[in-house]
Structure formats: structure tokens, C-alpha cells
Design a protein around this ligand. Structure first.
Ligand code: GTP
Length: 255
């Protein structure tokens, strides 16, 4: 177990280095005024662009957490590969996926850190939270227990990443409405929490709401990126992050 944990942590460190290299390019870009009024902030998920130059990509790290079996890997697989598997194979430690988006002619890469929800890995996965620009917390609408643990996930996240990290909350498995144990309203109540910027119910099985969430994530982070780039504050942080002053975006719910 120790060796396995070590190799997972090493993988984490290697990825952190990769992110840093990509981020240096944020600073290399000529600093010019960006007139945000001319931007539409329309996001579109792309297939992996051929021969893309990492230096032309803006990379954001996002982390996806929640109890075991709620569908974190399935949501990620649906967004990235447009696939869904009925068979359950628990993630070991964590897995990293890349999702490319085009937003107003800019190429954005979301580096999605899909973590394992099993309790035995809990202390280990907190190592992966650092430098995340945004977190997605997932529960299953047909498992009350996974909903009850949301507060615990928020607390762990704030302690191990940044106290003002932005969070999108997802109630997954909306296709299992006949087995529902958590109402839509119960989930939406979390919109009162200052760090929760949006709430959606999704189905990784049917794809309902999945890709649009990642497009929204791209837009939220790109907007922050532009804002902080203009303020010249990116150079001081190795990975782009958001902060409290711009935490609220327009709340919208899906249904
Ligand atoms: P861990 O890796 O253990 O943390 O689990 P996870 O949260 O990544 O869950 P995973 O994506 O592996 O899904 C667990 C099981 O739920 C699998 O059998 C999936 O097929 C199923 N599942 C995931 N999402 C949905 C969904 O939206 N609807 C339905 N019906 N089943 C789903």
C-alpha cells in the first residue's frame, strides 16, 4: 500500500511540474489589454487538437471529488470521451484526464483530476487538491449518504486547497429518478454557500448536463484568468487560482 501511495504521489508531483511548464506560457504571452466587451465567452468542447502547441494553451487544473460510486469517473468519461460504462471499477488513487475547449478563439485545457472516493484513499487524495482552480463535488441523487457527506468534502477541500476555492456541486444519476433519495431542492439549497457557484443534476449515463458543466467551468476560469492577467497577479502564483473578490457568478440551475 505504501509503495502504491508513493507512486501515486510521484505521479502527482510530475503532473504539477507539467502544469508549471505550461503555465509559464501565460507569462510569455504579450501582455495586452483584452477588451472583454468584444468577447462572447462561448465555449465548445473539442477533440484533442492535432499538433497543438502547449505554449498556446491555457491550462487549468480542476479536481473532482465525492463518495465512492457516485459517478465521478463516469461524468469525466462522458465529458472527455463521450462514453459510459455500466461496469463499476473503482479508481485507484486518482486519474488525470484532459479536456480541450475553444473559448473565443482561445484554446483552453482543463486538466481534470478524477479522484477515488474510497475511504482508504481519503487522506492520500487531499495531496492532490493543491493548486486546483476549481472543484467539482459529486453526490448521487439515489444515495442519501453521499449527499450527507458534502459538508465533509467542502471542509476537506478548503483546508487542503484554498479557503475560497470555487465549487460546482453535482447531483449525479438523475436518470434513476424512481430511486431518488435526495430532492432537487435539497441540492439547490447549497447555492446559499458562498463557495458553491452553481448546482446541477446530471446523468453520466444519458449525458444530461455533463458537457455543459465543463463548458461553464472553462468560461468561469477563463474570465478569471483574463481579469487576473490584466491585474498582473498571475506571475506570483505557480498555478492560476481565483480569489474571494470574484467568487460569485450568476447562479443558474438546469431544471
Ligand atoms: P470511485 O472511483 O470508487 O470513487 O467511484 P466513482 O465516483 O468514480 O463512480 P463511477 O463513475 O466509477 O460509477 C460507479 C457506478 O455508477 C458505475 O457502475 C457506473 O456505471 C454507475 N453510474 C455512474 N454514473 C451514472 C449515472 O448517471 N446513471 C446511472 N444509472 N449509473 C451511473
Amino acid at each position: 500500500m505504501e509503495n502504491k501511495n508513493e507512486s501515486i504521489i510521484n505521479k502527482n508531483n510530475e503532473k504539477e511540474e507539467e502544469i508549471k511548464k505550461e503555465e509559464i506560457n501565460h507569462d510569455i504571452e504579450p501582455k495586452k489589454e483584452i477588451n472583454t466587451e468584444n468577447l462572447l465567452f462561448e465555449a465548445k468542447i473539442l477533440n484533442v487538437p492535432e499538433n497543438y502547441e502547449p505554449k498556446n494553451v491555457i491550462t487549468f487544473k480542476i479536481i473532482i471529488i465525492g463518495n465512492s460510486g457516485v459517478g465521478k469517473t463516469s461524468i469525466t468519461n462522458n465529458a472527455v470521451k463521450n462514453v459510459f460504462f455500466e461496469n463499476y471499477r473503482s479508481t485507484i488513487g486518482m486519474e488525470i484526464f484532459s479536456l480541450f475547449l475553444k473559448i473565443d478563439h482561445k484554446l483552453i485545457k482543463l486538466q481534470i483530476w478524477d479522484t477515488c472516493g474510497q475511504e482508504i484513499y481519503r487522506s492520500l487524495i487531499t495531496n492532490f487538491y493543491r493548486n486546483s482552480s476549481l472543484a467539482i463535488i459529486v453526490y448521487s441523487i439515489e444515495k442519501k449518504e453521499s449527499f450527507k457527506d458534502i459538508d465533509m468534502w467542502i471542509k476537506e477541500l478548503k483546508v487542503n486547497s484554498s479557503p475560497d476555492i470555487k465549487i460546482i456541486l453535482i447531483g449525479n444519476k438523475s436518470d434513476l429518478a424512481d430511486k431518488r433519495e435526495v430532492s432537487y431542492e435539497e441540492g439547490a439549497k447549497y447555492l446559499d454557500e458562498p463557495e458553491i457557484i452553481n448546482f446541477y443534476e446530471t446523468s453520466a449515463k444519458t449525458g444530461d448536463n455533463v458537457r455543459k458543466i465543463f463548458e461553464e467551468v472553462g468560461v468561469v476560469l477563463y474570465k478569471d484568468y483574463i481579469k487576473y492577467k490584466d491585474q498582473g497577479s498571475l506571475k506570483s502564483s505557480s498555478t492560476f487560482r481565483t480569489n474571494k473578490s470574484n467568487k460569485k457568478v450568476k447562479k443558474k440551475t438546469c431544471c
